[in-house]
Design a binder for this molecule. Structure first.
Ligand code: ZN
Ligand code: ZN
Length: 259
């Protein structure tokens, strides 16, 4: 039996952790059914690297964004450069952007300013947005509402809220992306979220090299492990992986407008 088609909607493939063995990582991903990936930019340097990788590999696309951790560093030149890069045909979304009030590596006002500015870029380019949100759900949802994210569309990546927050994201027209933490014994509200999200609004991701699923914790995560997260989500929803895999993949293809 062949592995069901999967789409890793959020990977950081172009980072040093994968520099030594990327071909082997990609071969394992394909063997596990991961036929498509989006590799995510977090600043000008990583966005440039993500686009170069996407240009080189079939089934790999890129995003252009400034992570909330990098918001304080982003000067006017960086915004101009991200906008230029975002026009590249391999760029399927703007992100990751958002708010991270857990680590607060950038001041909150810089995070908010960057988030709003890049949502505006997404709207102008007609590309969806990929949202990072940690310990900042109220503030993130308020900005998304205020910036009219319904017309932009996008994904709440590595969703970490509860069912009530998921409902508000869905009301804003967003998709919910589940990552490795849904497999953890301490998954808190995530199993309920996995059951709650409508079939046509759910996507999956690894966020590799971070957040490996249960069984691989403490080590580097990689796209092949998306199969473990997909299997757990299918189990939680009480549906076959053969159905869930291709459907979440179709959702991602529709969102990012790729074949
Ligand atoms: Zn993130
Ligand atoms: Zn990420």
């Amino acid at each position: 039996m062949s592995a069901p088609a999967l789409f890793d909607t959020h990977a950081h493939l172009h980072v040093p952790e994968f520099a030594d063995d990327l071909p082997a990582v990609l071969a394992r991903a394909r063997a596990a059914g991961v036929q498509r990936l989006v590799t995510i930019g977090t600043d000008v340097g990583t966005t440039t690297a993500a686009i170069a990788l996407a240009a080189e590999l079939d089934g790999v696309w890129a995003t252009a964004g400034i992570h909330p951790h990098d918001a304080a560093e982003a000067d006017e030149i960086a915004f101009v450069e991200i906008e230029r890069l975002a026009h590249d045909p391999h760029v399927v979304a703007i992100g990751e952007i958002g708010l991270d009030f857990f680590r607060n590596l950038s001041p909150r006002d810089a995070q908010e300013r960057t988030f709003r500015r890049l949502l505006d870029l997404a709207r102008r380019l007609g590309k969806p947005a990929v949202m990072h949100c940690r310990d900042a759900h109220a503030e993130t949802l308020a900005i998304l509402e205020d910036e009219g994210v319904r017309e932009i569309g996008g994904i709440m990546h590595c969703f970490s809220g509860d069912v009530a927050i998921a409902r508000r994201c869905l009301d804003l027209g967003l998709a919910i992306s589940l990552a490795g933490p849904v497999t953890y014994p301490s998954a808190r509200a995530l199993p309920a979220v996995a059951r709650f999200v409508p079939a046509d609004r759910l996507v999956l991701e690894t966020d590799c090299p971070f957040l490996p699923p249960q069984g691989h914790r403490g080590r580097r995560n990689e796209p092949a492990y998306l199969a473990l997260t997909a299997a757990r989500v299918a189990e939680l929803r009480g549906e076959p992986l053969d159905t869930l895999g291709p459907r979440t993949s179709d959702n991602a293809r529709r969102l990012f407008r790729v074949d």
